[in-house]
Design a binder for this molecule. Structure first.
Ligand code: HEM
Length: 207
C-alpha cells in the first residue's frame, strides 16, 4: 500500500535492504545536490554586491574579490562548487548508465536527469557570462549566433536568453535574472521531483 504521509516520505521508518551501499552510487547524486546547496548560499551572498551590466559586471567582481570582507572566499567557493557540480553530475549519469538504472521503471527519472544535466550546463554557461570579461562577451556572441541559426525563432530565443544581443559583454540584466532566479528555481523543483521519483520507483538498488 502506498504511504501518502509526507513526513514518512522524507524520513521513512524503514528502507529496502541495500539502498545505502556507497560503492553502488558513490553518492554522486548526493554530492551534486550538496554542490547545488553551496551554490545557492554563496550565490545569494554574491548578489549583494554583484552589479550586472556592460560596464559594471567585471568591475563589481573585482570589488567583491578585493574589497568586500570574505568576498574572495565566497566567490571562489561559488566558482569551484559550480565546476564540481558539472563533474559530479556527469559521473552520476555515467554511474546510472553503468548500472543500467535508466531502464523501466526508472525511465522517467532518467529523462528528468537529462533535463537537469542541461540546466546545470546552462547555469554554468550563464555564470561564465556574468564575469563580464572579453572572453564572456565572445562566448555570448557565439551562443547568440548559434541560436540565431534556428529558423524563424532563433533571434527571438536569443533575446529571451541574453537580452539585447547588440549590447554584448555577456553580463546583461537578462542573463543575471536567468542565472540567479529563473534557472535555479526551476532546477530546485526538478531536483525535488527527481528525489521523490527515486523513492516511488522503488529506491536506489540493482534492478
Ligand atoms: C542536478 C543534478 C542531479 C542531482 C542532484 C541528482 C541526484 C540524485 C540522487 C541523490 C540520486 C540517488 C542515488 C545517487 O546518489 O546516485 C539520483 C538517482 C538517479 N538519478 Fe540523478 N541527479 C542529478 C542528475 C541526473 C542526471 C543527469 C541523470 C541522467 C541523465 C540522472 C538520473 C538518475 C537516475 C535514473 C536515478 C535512479 C538511479 C538508481 O535507481 O540507481 N540524474 N539522482
Amino acid at each position: 500500500m502506498k504511504d501518502h504521509n509526507f513526513v514518512n516520505h522524507i524520513r521513512p521508518r524503514f528502507i529496502p535492504d541495500g539502498v545505502l551501499t556507497i560503492l553502488y552510487t558513490f553518492c554522486l547524486g548526493g554530492l551534486s545536490f550538496l554542490a547545488f546547496v553551496i551554490l545557492g548560499v554563496t550565490g545569494f551572498l554574491l548578489m549583494f554586491h554583484y552589479q550586472p551590466g556592460d560596464g559594471t559586471g567585471f568591475g563589481s567582481i573585482l570589488t567583491i574579490a578585493s574589497v568586500i570582507p570574505y568576498g574572495r572566499v565566497i566567490r571562489n567557493l561559488h566558482y569551484w562548487a559550480g565546476q564540481l557540480m558539472v563533474v559530479t553530475v556527469n559521473l552520476h549519469m555515467l554511474r546510472v548508465v553503468w548500472t543500467h538504472s535508466y531502464k523501466s521503471p526508472k525511465q522517467l527519472n532518467w529523462l528528468i536527469g537529462v533535463a537537469l544535466l542541461i540546466l546545470v550546463l546552462v547555469l554554468d554557461f550563464t555564470g561564465y557570462l556574468l564575469i563580464g570579461s572579453q572572453e564572456s562577451g565572445a562566448a555570448a556572441t557565439v551562443a547568440v549566433n548559434i541560436l540565431g541559426l534556428i529558423p524563424g525563432m532563433g533571434m527571438g530565443l536569443a533575446q529571451i536568453m541574453f537580452g539585447e544581443p547588440s549590447a554584448l559583454s555577456g553580463s546583461t540584466l537578462v542573463v543575471y535574472v536567468w542565472h540567479c532566479v529563473g534557472l535555479p528555481i526551476f532546477a530546485l523543483f526538478l531536483q525535488l521531483y527527481h528525489f521523490w521519483r527515486i523513492r516511488r520507483d522503488g529506491g536506489v538498488r540493482p534492478l
